[in-house]
Design a protein around this ligand. Structure first.
Ligand SMILES: C[S@@+](CC[C@H](N)C(=O)[O-])C[C@H]1O[C@@H](n2cnc3c(N)ncnc32)[C@H](O)[C@@H]1O
Length: 277
């Protein structure tokens, strides 16, 4: 019997309801995905003696991401787990979609030089490296805790020899790079909307990971110009953003970029763009 079969037979409805209630109280977005993750992680916790159970429920109810509470995240469609330390933006409900697009683009284009801009835990760049077996990836983040997390996750996955980490504002380092593919999930929430976000983003996420300036698009305004020089003419950029921002994000990059439907997967929060020659 596989693990999910085991879960179904051992996890009582009562426990499932308690988990669901805790996640809902904490403002979980995609309840099924997170519920499954919490059930699996709780089973592991119980097997280890269960001493943290109360703490875990309290943290979930307060709105912390389950990936932070348990300190780990499984890169979708792989057997690889990364660490998700406190103080670093955890992967979220859209990460799986972005990774599906990354995988699709990597298969079609076979990039050699990749950058993960605003890497956080490094989840996107690491997913790209798992798919692109010959590629190298530069992880960039302005936050030292994020850089440490990306570095140690690369080591953990045995990918460190294909990775480098640059810990500074990406505006200072991008111009020196020559890239085939950029993956990025940068802050996109308008500053004025932050007080209305759920606790997960308002209280627990680092402000630098969330705050996209007055229109939420501050990063995209400079990203287009900076990357036009850094990306090879045949290169692609895969960007994650918030609901309803697609057109504004592409427009913010400027006229030297166009949206291409090369992934054809139709996810609302991810776009693939390419350079106008
Ligand atoms: C929304 S988090 C995403 C983390 C990760 N890419 C993911 O998808 O889980 C955005 C990240 O961008 C970083 N960041 C924000 N502005 C930046 C800048 N100007 N240069 C480099 N990194 C930046 C933040 O520190 C944060 O780690």
């Amino acid at each position: 019997m596989d693990r999910s079969g085991l879960m179904d037979s051992y996890v009582s409805n009562e426990l499932r309801s308690a988990i669901r209630a805790a996640l809902l109280k904490g403002g979980a977005e995609v309840i099924e995905e997170e519920e499954r993750f919490v059930v699996e992680s709780l089973l592991d916790l119980v097997a280890e003696g269960g001493s943290r159970l109360e703490e875990v429920f309290a943290r979930l109810e307060s709105g912390e991401s389950p990936y932070t509470v348990f300190g780990r995240y499984q890169i979708p469609q792989t057997q690889y787990w990364i660490d998700v330390p406190l103080g670093v933006m955890p992967p979220g409900c859209d990460t799986a979609n972005t990774i599906a697009v990354i995988r699709h683009v990597v298969r079609g284009r076979n990039p050699e030089a990749i950058a993960d801009v605003g890497c956080g835990t490094g989840v996107l760049g690491l997913a790209a490296l798992i798919a692109a077996r010959q590629a190298r990836c530069v992880f960039l983040d302005v936050d030292a805790a994020a850089c440490d997390a990306a570095r140690s996750n690369a080591l953990r996955l045995g990918l460190a020899d294909r990775c480098s980490v640059i810990c500074q504002d990406a505006r200072q380092s991008l111009a020196a790079l020559k890239l085939d593919l950029v993956v990025a999930n940068l802050p996109f929430v308008p500053s004025g909307d932050i007080p209305n976000l759920g606790a997960r983003f308002r209280d627990f996420a680092p402000r630098l990971a969330v705050d996209g300036g007055h229109d939420g698009l501050a990063v995209f305004h400079w990203l287009g110009d900076m990357l036009h020089a850094a990306l090879h003419t045949s290169g692609s950029m895969i960007l994650q953003f918030g609901r309803g921002q697609r057109e504004a994000v592409v427009a913010s990059l400027g006229p030297r970029w166009f949206e291409c439907n090369e992934d054809n997967l139709g996810y609302p929060n991810v776009v693939v763009v390419r350079r106008v020659k």
